[in-house]
Design a protein around this ligand. Sequence first.
Ligand code: DGY
Length: 320
Amino acid sequence: MDKKKVFITSQIPEIGINLLVKKGFQVEIFSGKNQIKAIELIKRAKDASALITLLSNKIDKEIISHLPQLKIISNYAVGFNNIDVEYAKQKGIIVTNTPDVLTESTADLTLALILACSRRINEGIDLVRKKKFKGWAPKLLLGKELTNKTVGIIGMGRIGSAVAIRAKAFGCKIIYYSNNRNLSAEKITGAKKVSLSKLMKNSDIISIHIPLNSKTKDLINKEKLELMKKDAIIINTARGEVIDENYLIEMLKSKRIFAAGFDVYQNEPKINPELLKLDNVIALPHIGSATEEARNRMSELVAKNVIAVLSGRKPLTPVN
Ligand code: DGY
């Protein structure tokens, strides 16, 4: 009997690949330096039963309709806005993601951005590297203390809660905006659910943890951004398209807020060059889940989802 083929659009940690090989699947991996092009993906995966994709692979109707053998799209990310999930469902294809396994890593990075923005770490590094440090000075790079600050979490899901727990440990008060109440996060962190406008108005630090979909696209628009406190800090480790990036850049330029930390962008991987000119911006290359631990667990989970579905069992973490 022919082995079922699993096509992976990029090299991922070995652990998942080994699991698939051990189970007898034929694993084919795209090894090009750049992102795989749609046309090549279709050519190479046309006889595949499973597709393992990255968040940067747009898996739309066109691609899905050219892959007749497909039973599962296993996304190597918790976000799945890169996949036309509705169309996959119509075609009877299961879509899975990697929740839980990257929560702590992404929350760690969010805290790193909060601290770096509060304490102007990028400006400090720059100053030292450019040999401009002339000695201790009372007003050198004054930042903001975290204790007693109000942190507003937009989206109190797994990552939002993990950020709230960390912020609480730094002595912050937590408020949040979410579709539903998160009683467990409220119990652990004392967080209070508020409206989005109230959160924007009352937070010293705002951290975004919502998925991108038709309801959240541009949710944090000009009107919402305008509500921010004069000295606010805003952090986005979710998806660039949930925020009006151009307007936020204008606010940062005019020092209307204190700082912003970005791990994600509206036109990723392109970054608006204006953003990179600003001292009050910390910009990272979408590395929220980039720890050895999280990436190994993600690799294991994408493989386990494929194995489950191709063996006729239920997937571990379906999204549709
Ligand atoms: C995801 O998995 O969706 C994250 O954006 C990775 O950092």
